[in-house]
Design a protein around this ligand. Structure first.
Ligand code: 8YV
Length: 319
């Protein structure tokens, strides 16, 4: 008898598949993150749980949880920095994620932010909406022309590569990147020795590394001061990779020209000082927000749950 818990309302196709695979599927009809007591209860009541971003399965949750009923946390999303994988493993709980399913949509949001920031689209939209547009003229709201410019991508995993392809093939940009290992992208793209080198050369810097303790505040004042004053900064990864106060200072002082953000250090809190700036585009973590994508992510998570509960190695086990 298999009993699984989906911690958020999910698309119908995902629920249908889950109901076909498991004896009991409980769906939580609440969009708020789980509280610690709810997470602990979920570990004891269900064979498998499908958590999402915001459900902070910290070491604290697993404390005193010795071989709980739950055997797998099948995360809905590729990023799993909200789950303490080592603590889960120590308690006998597997953790899986949904790589691949999120790649194109997340890269598309990176392009949205690159173009919106470079071409001042957020600012322009606010101007028209406020009734403040006095009419076209040749030097009105001039932005950065991206064709022929250099994008510097920090992190060359699946999403970084998808952004690189879009920039190169779609927008005629030169690509440079910072990554532990060299990647063959199928076109010329230089690997920068350091993030500082990348920052000094790039017209647009994009963050695409995974979140987690290793990358917390990876980017701060040093990187912004190495960037050109005409350059833009885009983050579609995790908010706490960036020292948000340093970013606000760089944007406010004109050290960098603009930024596009889909993620925030203390999500969903967005500092007033950031919201007050004209030269930043702010999105509410829309990276994968399209029905087909959320279906694909959910189906992948459900297959991971199913494999784990059938005693198989889940296809996307985090090891
Ligand atoms: C997801 C994401 O929507 O996949 C990820 O890591 O950041 C998102 O775009 C989110 O994680 C859902 O849990």
């Amino acid at each position: 008898m298999s009993r699984v818990y989906l911690t958020r309302p999910l698309p119908e196709a995902v629920l249908t598949r889950a109901r076909a695979l498991f004896d009991e599927v409980e769906v939580r009809h609440d969009t708020a993150p789980l509280k610690i007591g709810q997470m602990r209860a979920a570990l004891t009541l269900y064979d498998g749980v499908l958590p999402t971003l915001g459900d902070m399965f910290s070491a604290e949750v697993f404390r005193d949880a010795e071989s709980p009923r739950c055997k797998v946390l099948a995360n809905f999303g590729v990023g799993y920095n909200h789950i303490d994988v080592a603590a889960a493993r120590a308690a006998g709980v597997m953790v899986t994620n949904t790589p691949g399913a999120v790649t194109d949509a997340t890269a598309d949001i990176a392009m949205t932010l690159i173009l919106m920031s470079a071409r001042r689209a957020g600012e322009g939209e606010r101007l028209v909406r406020a009734g403040g547009w006095a009419g076209w003229h040749p030097t009105q709201m001039l932005g950065l022309h991206v064709t022929g410019k250099t994008v510097g991508i920090i992190g060359m995993g699946r999403i970084g590569q998808a952004i690189a392809r879009r920039c190169h093939f779609g927008f005629g940009m030169n690509v440079i990147y910072y990554n532990r290992s060299e990647k063959d992208l199928g076109f010329d793209a230089d690997r920068a020795e350091t993030m500082q080198d990348l920052a000094a050369k790039a017209d647009i810097v994009v963050v695409a590394v995974p979140g987690g303790v290793e990358t917390h505040h990876l980017i701060g004042a040093d990187l912004f001061s190495a960037m050109k004053p005409t350059a833009h900064f885009v983050n579609i990864a995790r908010g706490d990779i960036v020292d948000e106060a340093a970013l606000i200072a760089a944007l406010g002082s004109g050290q960098i020209a603009g930024a596009g953000l889909d993620v925030y250090e203390h999500e969903p809190k967005v500092p007033d000082a950031l919201r007050a700036l004209e030269n930043v585009v702010l999105l509410p973590h829309l990276g994968t927000a399209a029905l087909e994508v959320r279906e694909a992510m959910g189906l992948m998570a459900v297959e991971n749950l199913s494999a784990a509960l059938n005693g198989e190695t889940p296809p996307n086990l985090i090891s």
